[in-house]
Design a protein around this ligand. Structure first.
Ligand SMILES: Cc1cc2nc3c(=O)[nH]c(=O)nc-3n(C[C@H](O)[C@H](O)[C@H](O)COP(=O)(O)OP(=O)(O)OC[C@H]3O[C@@H](n4cnc5c(N)ncnc54)[C@H](O)[C@@H]3O)c2cc1C
Length: 417
């Protein structure tokens, strides 16, 4: 017997139409970039709505290194003093190459401010400075289509079938971005690498001083940086051991511990062995948008654009993805604010015809900066992975030209909000 559907198509459509909401600026994704963008807009008096698919703030992910360029942004957002209280400054890089013929080590002073923040602290500090109700959790955007042929505005559909109309759409939804797809961007690529990161607690204080150790030995790359006097952030990158070995996180941990025992000092082994299990993140692929795509892609469609990893995911080789996302937020809010007119009650309003121009200005301002960062990150990734002498030489030339080793990219100030 054929079952009759409880509602006709017309009735279902009517129900959805009734649920349809209309908003000004909608930000998809409440990660570092989405929250920074909402906060930057809020500081400029422009309201926005953040749609986040998780049910709560996504605070997992251990730590994040924030360099001088990131701190410039945090200053503009008004949250730098509070965050400085949570993390100590790092003053030196200790680079060590462990080789059969003996170790080679170099000490490089950190120019500018570098601190390792807990992602939780960064995310929570931004979120609490955004007006309540401006972040909507459990809102997973699955489809987007243009509101009209001129692409002024977008219509977003959520996983549960609700419809949200946005005058302006900002995709801060990470590397697998639904907004990037709507803009027609090519999906990012990935390197098959295994990377573990987290932090370790030293209740009686750690002995490492304000020094960031970067240890390379035989296909293994270990980073270790103090966050506070009792907390140390680390990452371990190893050659991918094959898909089977990465299915069980406990097996991955055991595999890495074994590799560290074979090649590293007790200090490094103990740090990894005693890690805080809640902080551990295991990645088996490193996502990146190739620099030539960042240079050439169309990052705007009418009144929609992307920021953060959705625009320029770049792996963690130079530790700049997060800070670049923060820079995007300030530049985008500045451009939108220039386009906003003050309406009644002092509230700032954006007219659709000016939003597109503001977004175009944002893309123009960001393109070369993020293309350079993407190139540096890509080159460092290749340098670590390649066995070809020619590729190595080409990579070393790019690194020297761009000043990657001296962290030239961190001496960048994206300007006032
Ligand atoms: C291992 C590792 C180490 C790193 N270390 C550093 C570092 O030391 N320093 C640094 O500056 N950067 C670092 N990065 C990069 C940095 O973490 C990212 O660049 C940054 O988190 C990007 O923020 P985002 O907000 O653009 O994206 P994400 O953090 O990915 O946030 C995207 C958000 O969008 C939500 N979302 C996704 N799709 C949808 C949808 N369809 N609907 C609704 N919501 C959606 C997600 O739930 C998420 O909350 C590192 C990255 C990795 C992987």
């Amino acid at each position: 017997m054929k079952m009759r559907e409880p509602f006709s198509r017309h009735q279902r459509q009517l129900g959805r139409d009734m649920e349809e909401e209309v908003h000004g600026i909608v930000i998809v994704g409440g990660g570092i970039c989405g929250l920074a963008t909402a906060l930057a807009l809020h500081r400029k008096g422009i309201p926005s709505l953040v749609l986040e698919k998780s049910e709560t703030l996504r605070t997992a992910g251990g730590s994040i290194g924030v360099h001088a360029n990131g701190w410039c942004v945090l200053e503009q957002l008004g949250i730098a003093p509070e965050l400085r209280e949570t993390a100590d400054v790092v003053t030196e890089f200790h680079d060590v190459w462990q080789q059969e013929q003996g170790n080679k080590s170099v000490v490089v002073p950190v120019r500018g401010e570098l601190r390792w923040l807990k992602r939780k602290d960064l995310i929570e500090t931004m979120a609490k400075n955004i007006p309540s109700g401006a972040i909507r959790f459990g809102c997973h955007i699955t489809k987007i289509h243009p509101a009209n042929p001129e692409n002024h505005g977008a219509v977003l559909t959520t996983l549960d079938g609700s419809v949200i109309r946005a005058k302006a759409l900002i995709g801060c939804d990470g590397s697998n971005s639904v907004v990037a797809k709507y803009l027609g961007l090519t999906p990012p690529r990935s390197f098959p690498r295994m990377l573990l990161r987290g932090f370790t607690r030293y209740p009686h204080g750690h002995p490492f001083g304000p020094h960031f150790l970067r240890l390379r030995c035989n296909g293994l790359f270990v980073g270790r940086s103090p966050m506070t006097d009792q907390l140390v952030s680390f990452f371990v990158a190893v050659w991918h051991p094959g898909a089977d070995a990465t299915k069980d996180p406990r097996a991955v941990r055991a595999f890495v511990l074994e590799r560290l025992r074979e090649q590293c000092s007790d200090e490094v082994v103990e740090m990894f062995r005693d890690l805080d299990p809640e902080s551990l993140i295991v990645l088996t692929r490193i996502w990146y948008r190739p620099p030539w795509q960042v240079l050439l892609s169309g990052f705007r469609r009418g009144t929609a654009t992307v920021a953060g990893d959705a625009m320029h995911v770049m792996g963690s080789y130079i530790g700049q993805g997060g800070s670049a996302a923060l820079e995007d937020a300030v530049v985008l809010a500045r451009c939108l604010s220039r386009a906003a007119a003050t309406g009644g009650g002092g509230r700032r309003e954006l007219r659709e015809e000016r939003i597109g121009a503001a977004m175009a200005a944002y893309v123009r301002e960001r393109r070369l900066r993020v293309a350079r960062l993407s190139l540096e990150s890509f080159t460092m990734g290749m340098l670590w992975a390649t066995k070809s002498l020619l590729t190595r030489l080409a990579c070393l030339a790019i690194v020297a030209l761009l000043g990657t080793n001296t962290l030239g990219h961190t001496h960048y100030d994206c300007g006032r909000l």
